[in-house]
Design a binder for this molecule. Structure first.
Ligand code: ADP
Length: 192
């Protein structure tokens, strides 16, 4: 199996580009953000606990998302691999993912990083708020908090994966979505 990680700040377009990638490759797209929103919508205990943290722009505990990822690895079989979107997001999650995969005799294949400057994040998230109506996209304060969380807790993963020789980056900053899509698909092709 192949294990690709789609990486980038909030609003970089991970979800949009993930859809384009899985149209072209036999990969199962797993978005921890989407899985958490489904738990909230279903009114589960897990969703109830995650809701306040997400609304505040904080991360949910590592154990929660790791349980979701492990469950996906255990149950999804007939694909060439996985496209992890929004996971891992902390060094702890990255190390646990490595351990989880090594138990299976597997490893992370590559990190596909979509970079945009902070100045674009607000613009992109405001635009998405009009289309998707996500609660955590609605307030500038939450967006500010998510950007801080990204810099503090998630950005260190760049060095972690560079050290492993698995980090690949494209700029997702073109105003033309199709141009960004081409860059991302070219990147996937180069690491496949
Ligand atoms: P975005 O693409 O805007 O970054 P996501 O849909 O990936 O948003 O995530 C939404 C929220 O769900 C995050 O702000 C965080 O609270 C929670 N979340 C998603 N993935 C993780 C993760 N791997 N670890 C902890 N919290 C997560």
């Amino acid at each position: 199996m192949r294990y690709y990680i789609l990486f980038g700040p909030p609003g970089a377009g991970k979800g949009t580009h993930a859809s384009a990638i899985v149209e072209n490759y036999s990969l199962k797209h797993i978005s921890t953000g989407e899985l958490l929103r489904a738990e909230i919508a279903a009114g589960t205990e897990l969703g109830r606990q995650a809701k306040a943290l997400i609304a505040d722009g904080q991360l949910v505990p590592d154990s929660v998302v790791e349980g979701m990822i492990k469950n996906a690895f255990d149950t999804i079989k007939d694909v060439d691999g996985f496209l992890l979107d929004g996971f891992p997001r902390t060094l702890g999650q990255a190390r646990d993912l490595d351990a989880m995969l090594s138990e299976r005799g597997e490893e992370v294949s590559a990190i596909l990083s979509i970079m945009i400057p902070d100045s674009l994040i607000y613009e992109r998230i405001h635009h998405r708020a009009e289309i998707e109506g996500r609660a955590d996209d609605a307030s500038d304060e939450t967006i500010r908090h998510r950007i801080k969380t990204y810099h503090d807790q998630t950005e260190p993963l760049i060095e972690y994966y560079k050290a492993a020789g698995k980090y690949h980056e494209v700029q997702g900053d073109s105003p033309v979505t199709e141009e960004n899509r081409k860059r991302v698909l070219a990147l996937v092709e180069s690491v496949w």
